[in-house]
Design a protein around this ligand. Structure first.
Ligand code: 6R9
Length: 708
């Protein structure tokens, strides 16, 4: 039960684009149950003392010590080329060895992965550590045979099948830098990322199940290769796994000389062993692409030693993973959450990690709870969007299944307190602790979270800083926004940590300018204190030290936990011949958190027709993927603009959200605002898109959208 504190924070409002005042009711605390504390990896608050600022950076050797190193490091943190931090310099290790080989001694026959196919008629598959070892080695032999070696890049465009972690660990075994592109992304999107990373090999699968359909996935490989070629990157080989080995499930033909079935290749390497290559801690392990404020995605480059240490340490203390747990993270490995907390963290700790192919509510909203019961899952990890959806379609389903969670995670977006409480009471049955973990693709692992055996949870807040992380909130001028002030600002991390990404692949200047330039006062400084990490999120800190993350402060829209860059969307829309101008804005959505609406102005002489709308939709689907498809596309006579010609995104965002458009007197064309409002809002009402009342922080987000 929650302590009912119901503190009311009521600060006077002072609103500017830089500093948003937020008001909200402080929620009650939910302390961990005694049974959880008794078994927790961290239950003594003294653990915090091992990670205080004066012990930095040596404190993080506690995480590195969870791994097996073939050579110990000489220097914990090298800051000489700030802000390109180097962790555990001189140390050598192999991620594949740490996630697979070393567990053979202690528990070779324990399940490393349990794969749950979407069709319930297909049995789940448990892959033991020994079998994982065999599969990883054989696939590594295939990669080696293709001539791939340490430092080369390889792109995977794979769904949630066990072949994906096998491929990742095989690449890691050889030091090949892997880049997994979310399977839901289009072939063209995969092609852009292939080209950006300079991959010559693409690994894919013929098909996979989503919501009951066996999707043809191979067709996307052909599109990807073509898109990459347009950018000058030749793909020599496409390795095609088969969802049903020996049987081809796609309609698109294999391309002679380029496409090969992986099962055929594996047959030639049966039982082969490939020794893990000893890599420098600072060698890159993988790239993970994410959206930013320009059209070009950012390949976040993660290190081998720092990253693996950080995900192992945070998996231990924040996911509370013990070797005998059955842990299920429902995220996709195409996102950072899956890399860190399905594959590398849990396997480094030698636990059993569940992998589910399909959608959570297929064939019904009881599916996750049936899986949990069947497999004995006791740690469960998902996103607010999935929780909202499962709550909407099956609020009473969890009670029908006899499973018991000790620990649950929410990640990826802010969670509304009432959604949190359903998660706690109905899914967790009042017995499980909840961690709300705040972090990013760039950060490798958790930055803000409660320590589940020590700190009480507070719905809607991620909690205090993670061990060894030193966050603070700064205003636009770099002044600290004090805890308990009720004011929001930009959350920054004052210090480096082992999980932080090393650079943006091929764009080191963008790495510095996006993440470090904002609050750096001396570009030459090699003192880490001079380089706060700018996360791009707005946040507040309560008097108890807990952070509440409000959302992005840049032009990125978080749809169902997936970051979509408005510029990325807009530049795709602009490829449609009729389109003169495009602007994407967020709309508050009860299930997906935010959805995108797109405003289009046409070139002179073109008429607003459903065909144009369709072309824009198709362009986005083809170039990015279905997840990016706008909820609505509004073809408007003109965009509201400033006198300097800048589109006022906050005005159209307000229109789409039925909120006050604010001051429009500075616009060059104020008369357009009312026209657009009438057009858009009457169409939305006709479709039954009735707005709900927005919270203060939601209102602030809309009010300031695109102001940076
Ligand atoms: C791990 C992941 C990162 C962005 C981040 C923030 C939002 C993530 C959150 C959260 C509120 C949380 N975000 N976790 N917002 N509470 N617990 O999601 O990475 O896909 O890169 O997204 O997601 O806005 O900046 P990524």
């Amino acid at each position: 039960m929650a302590d009912d504190l119901n503190d009311v924070t009521d600060e006077s409002s002072e609103s500017s684009e830089a500093l948003i005042a937020v008001h909200w009711r402080d929620e009650g605390y939910y302390p961990p149950p005694a049974a959880f504390v008794a078994q927790a990896n961290a239950s003594d608050p003294a653990i915090r003392e091992q990670f205080t600022e004066d012990k930095f950076p040596d404190s993080f050797t506690a995480y590195a010590d969870l791994l097996t190193w073939s050579k110990p490091w000489d220097t914990v943190l090298d800051t000489s080329n700030a802000p390109f931090w180097k962790w555990f310099v001189g140390g050598e290790l192999n991620a594949s060895y740490n996630c697979v080989d070393r567990h053979l001694e202690t528990h070779p026959n324990k399940a490393a992965l349990i794969w749950v196919p979407e069709p319930e008629s297909e049995a789940h598959q448990a892959i033991t550590y020994r079998e994982l070892y065999v599969r990883v080695n054989e696939f590594a032999a295939v990669l080696k045979d293709l001539g791939l070696k340490a430092g080369d890049r390889i792109t995977f465009h794979m769904p949630m099948v066990p072949e994906l972690p096998v491929a990742m660990l095989a690449a890691a075994r050889l030091g090949i830098v892997h880049s997994q592109v979310f399977a839901g992304f289009s072939g063209t999107a995969a092609g852009h990322r292939i080209a950006d990373s300079g991959s010559t090999v693409l690994v894919t699968i013929d098909g996979y199940y989503r919501s009951g359909d066996l999707l043809d996935h191979k067709v996307k490989a052909d599109e990807a290769v073509e898109a990459a070629a347009k950018e000058g990157q030749q793909v020599d080989k496409v390795l095609v796994f088969r969802r049903y080995p020996g049987q081809y499930s796609a309609k698109t033909p294999m391309v002679e000389g380029r496409d090969v079935f992986v099962d055929d290749l594996l047959a030639a390497h049966k039982g082969e062993i490939v020794e893990p290559v000893a890599l420098q801690a600072t060698d890159p392990l993988f790239l993970m692409y994410t959206s930013g404020t320009t059209g070009r995605p950012k390949g976040c480059q993660h290190s081998t030693g720092g990253y693996l240490s950080y995900v192992a340490g945070t998996s231990k203390y924040y996911q509370d993973i013990h070797p005998d747990d059955t842990y299920w993270c429902m995220a996709d490995i195409g996102w950072i959450t899956g890399h860190s907390y399905i594959v590398y963290g849990p396997l480094a700790l030698g636990t059993t990690s569940v992998l589910y192919e399909g959608t959570p509510n297929y064939p019904d909203a009881g599916r996750p709870w049936r899986i949990a019961k069947q497999l004995g899952v006791n740690i469960f990890h998902t996103s607010p969007t999935a929780i909202r959806m499962l709550r909407k379609v099956g609020p009473d389903e969890p009670a029908k299944y006899d499973y018991r969670f000790k620990h649950m995670t929410t990640v990826g977006e802010p969670i509304e307190p009432e959604v949190w409480r359903w998660y706690y009471e109905s899914v967790g049955k009042g017995e499980a602790v909840i961690v709300d973990t705040w972090w990013q693709t760039e950060t490798g692992g958790f930055l803000g979270s409660t320590l589940p055996g020590i700190d009480p949870a507070k719905p809607g807040s991620c909690g205090p800083a993670a061990l060894g992380i030193l966050p603070t909130i700064l205003d636009e001028d770099g002044n600290e926004v004090p805890a308990g002030s009720g004011k929001a600002g930009n959350i920054v991390i004052r210090n480096p940590w082992p999980g932080v990404f090393q650079t943006i692949w091929g764009q080191p200047e963008r790495f510095v300018s996006t993440y470090y330039a904002k609050y750096n006062k001396d570009q030459k400084s090699t003192d880490w204190h001079d380089w706060p990490y700018f996360a791009g999120d707005g946040a507040t800190q309560a008097a108890d030290g807990y952070f509440r993350i409000l959302g992005r402060v840049d032009d990125v829209i978080n749809v169902a936990g997936h970051r979509l860059g408005t510029k990325e969307l807009e530049s795709v829309a602009l490829t449609v011949n009729e389109v003169a101008e495009a602007a994407a804005v967020p709309v508050i959505d009860d299930i997906r958190g935010r959805v995108v609406e797109m405003y289009i102005a046409l070139k002179p002489g073109f008429a607003a027709t459903p065909e144009v709308e369709n072309k824009v939709k198709m362009a986005i689907e083809t170039d990015i993927g279905k997840i990016a498809r706008p909820k609505n596309i509004w073809i408007v006579p003109d965009m509201p603009k400033t006198r300097s010609g800048k589109i006022m995104r906050r005005v159209i965002a307000a229109t789409s959200n039925f909120t006050d458009t604010g001051d429009i007197t500075t616009l060059a064309n104020p008369e357009i605002v009312e026209k657009i409002r009438h057009q858009v809002q009457s169409a939305k009402l006709a479709k039954g898109e009735v707005p709900r009342e927005l919270s203060e922080s939601e209102l602030n987000e809309i009010k300031s959208f695109g102001s940076e």
